[in-house]
Design a protein around this ligand. Structure first.
Ligand SMILES: Nc1nc(=O)c2c([nH]1)NC[C@@H]1CN(c3ccc(C(=O)N[C@@H](CCC(=O)O)C(=O)O)cc3)CN21
Ligand SMILES: CC(C)C(=O)C(=O)O
Length: 331
């Protein structure tokens, strides 16, 4: 008698645990690059969770890449919350950060705090991100930290200030331009920022700031020496057909694949090749004949004429071979 009993231990494939600020600080401490990708809706959030990124960011690039608005300054708080809630429903493990839209933290601290509370309560974000380092922004950062809403800061190229900056321009290329960025980074950390996004700054400056801070830095166009990297979903997937910044790398060509899908569908419908037999429903056996009897000679002859015409048409069309109307239906 054989005693070769093989035990197979089936472990449920455990979902990765929820990424918290603590997890992010552990990654930072071990110098493991923090991966950040933007998402704007349920399916992109699911994709970010399936091969989990560390952080999913509902960036205000939402305005341009998902809503067709001319710049991030056109995004409303309601739209940001609407999309953040959809992203949250598709998010499992990633830490979820949402951008505070232009105007939602620019008037006074109490209204900024109230707006951030809405993003957390209605949008289910874990943290909020805000651009710049004016005294007001630093006061908002302090108030958010006090309220227990982790504030993520953002320096360098500030898209919400595109008009004031005279376009999307690399920042901190001269010593004189770099110093205020370094100073602001320290002030934001002191105010309670939990992380800092550095956008479109020289790699050396980003490396220096990263080394000067305790909190992790997340770079976009800031070289390889930041604590992590972020890119916009539509840039990574090549679904954004607008301007491609120098820092963008396309990791997939989803745009071309989507084009193939639409063209293939339209073509198949026009050729009557779609739907095929397997993509539809047949009547139960004998029911067609019964129906024709019930319909009587008048209905039958009208139906006969219609179906005969269709059959001829289908025979003459390229996709006619998979038609669901057969000679059975007209005899
Ligand atoms: N698709 C997309 N990707 C983004 O990264 C992005 C958005 N949209 N919308 C919101 C902001 C705007 N961002 C931008 C937009 C343009 C440049 C840009 O054109 N940069 C120039 C710099 C040229 C220079 O000063 O030398 C470049 O060519 O890289 C950079 C960041 C980043 N965000
Ligand atoms: C580019 C990232 C950092 C961003 O702020 C956005 O997506 O709006």
């Amino acid at each position: 008698m054989s005693s070769n009993i093989v035990y197979i231990v089936v472990r449920p494939t455990a979902a990765p645990p929820k990424t918290t600020l603590h997890t992010l600080y552990q990654l930072h401490a071990s110098r493991t690059p923090i991966t950040v990708l933007t998402a704007y809706d349920y399916p992109t959030a699911r994709a970010c969770s399936a091969h989990p990124v560390d952080i999913t960011l509902v960036g205000d690039s939402l305005a341009q890449v998902a809503l067709g608005l001319p710049s991030t300054t056109h995004l409303t708080l309601d739209a940001l919350i609407h999309h953040t809630a959809a992203v949250a429903r598709g998010t499992t493990s990633p830490f979820l950060i949402a951008d505070m839209p232009f105007g939602s933290y620019h008037t006074d601290v109490p209204s900024a705090l109230a707006n951030a509370v809405r993003i957390v309560r209605e949008g289910s974000a874990d943290a909020v991100k805000l651009e710049g380092s004016s005294p007001l922004v630093r006061s908002v950062v302090r108030a958010l930290a006090d309220a227990g809403i982790p504030p993520v800061a953002h320096l360098g190229l500030l898209p919400q200030r595109v008009a004031a900056m005279g376009g999307y321009r690399v920042q901190g290329r001269t010593a004189a331009d770099a110093r205020p960025i370094i100073r602001d980074a320290r002030l934001l950390q002191a105010a309670g920022a939990v992380a800092l996004v550095l956008e479109a700054v020289p790699a050396a400056l980003a490396a220096y700031i990263t080394a000067s801070l305790r909190i992790p830095t997340i770079g976009i166009g800031a070289g390889p020496h930041t604590s992590g990297q972020v890119l916009v979903w539509d840039d990574v997937m090549a679904t954004w057909e607008g301007h491609k910044a120098k820092f963008v790398r396309r990791f997939a060509d989803v745009g071309a694949e989507v084009g193939r899908g639409v063209a293939g569908y339209v073509d198949a419908v026009r050729r009557r090749e779609f739907p095929g037999e397997k993509e539809g429903y047949a009547m139960r056996p004998g029911e067609w004949e019964k129906l024709m009897q019930m319909e009587g000679s008048e209905g039958q002859s009208a139906a006969y004429k219609y179906l005969r015409d269709r059959l001829i048409q289908l025979r003459n069309s390229p996709g006619g071979g998979s038609s669901q109307i057969t000679r059975r239906h007209i005899t």
